[in-house]
Design a protein. Structure first.
Length: 248
């Protein structure tokens, strides 16, 4: 089960954290993986790891807010591998502060990266997937898109928007056997959460029924399932990976 042999995947935000773990997991299941991010050094190291383990990978320098870079990146993937079966929209940033103090530029930059960037990538992916009459699109949202979170109005809005985008595109492309789903991680140990104080971490852990923080591998496993043939009848859904932090 969950074999991705002969599939081609592109993962954005792949230089660290969930994106990096996802790229490794997809490659371990047999997919050829294009890894996209702004940090070319980390991408090169990741490609080396995947190829060192016997896989096939391609580094794609890309800032998802730049439409020209997104288009060029997808063209690079198609030129290298000839097809695209799986898109994982993982690229995201945070610029946290209370809504009353939030600068317009911080609002707009988070929305551009987390939501508009995903839209631009989906547009490019659909060109190939519609011709193939098959594909998997997986958007990485967040538990806070469903619960809310103080000090993250821009981030929460962007991640909630991803859920709406997921369902809209799922309806548009279902007739072509393309599924579109979202994964909503809870509190996951990544570089993005490393900056939080121990006090906040302890408070969050106390709210999690499974009594532990998630790992990037926990999220990657859910993504592999949604990318597989076994998930062919799952579309327009939000899969929570949060240890029971939110049950809805």
């Amino acid at each position: 089960m969950f074999s991705l042999n002969d599939k081609v995947a592109l993962v954005t935000g792949a230089s660290q954290g969930i994106g990096r773990a996802t790229a490794r997991a997809l490659a371990d299941c047999g997919a050829k993986v294009a890894v996209a991010a702004r940090n070319t050094e980390k991408l090169a190291a990741l490609v080396g790891e995947i190829e060192g383990a016997g896989g096939s990978a391609l580094a794609v320098p890309m800032d998802v807010v730049d439409g020209a870079q997104v288009k060029a990146g997808f063209q690079q993937v198609l030129a290298k591998f000839g097809r695209l079966d799986i898109l994982v929209n993982n690229a995201a940033i945070t610029k946290d502060t209370l809504a009353l103090r939030m600068k317009l530029e911080d609002w707009e930059s988070v929305l551009r990266t987390n939501l508009t960037g995903a839209h631009l990538c989906i547009q490019q992916a659909l060109g190939a997937m519609l011709k193939q009459r098959a594909g998997r699109i997986i958007n990485i949202t967040s538990v806070v898109a469903e619960t809310g979170n103080a000090g993250q109005a821009n981030y929460v809005a962007s991640k909630a928007g991803l859920i709406g985008l997921t369902r809209a595109i799922a309806v548009e492309v279902a007739s072509r056997s393309i599924t579109v789903n979202a994964v909503a991680p809870g509190f996951i140990e990544t570089p993005m959460t490393d900056v939080l104080s121990q006090e906040i971490k302890d408070k969050m852990k106390g709210l999690i029924p499974l009594d532990r923080f998630g790992t990037d591998r926990d999220v990657a496993a859910a993504i592999v399932f949604l990318a597989s043939d076994e998930a062919g009848y799952v579309t327009g859904q939000v899969l929570g990976v949060n240890g029971g932090l939110h049950m809805g």
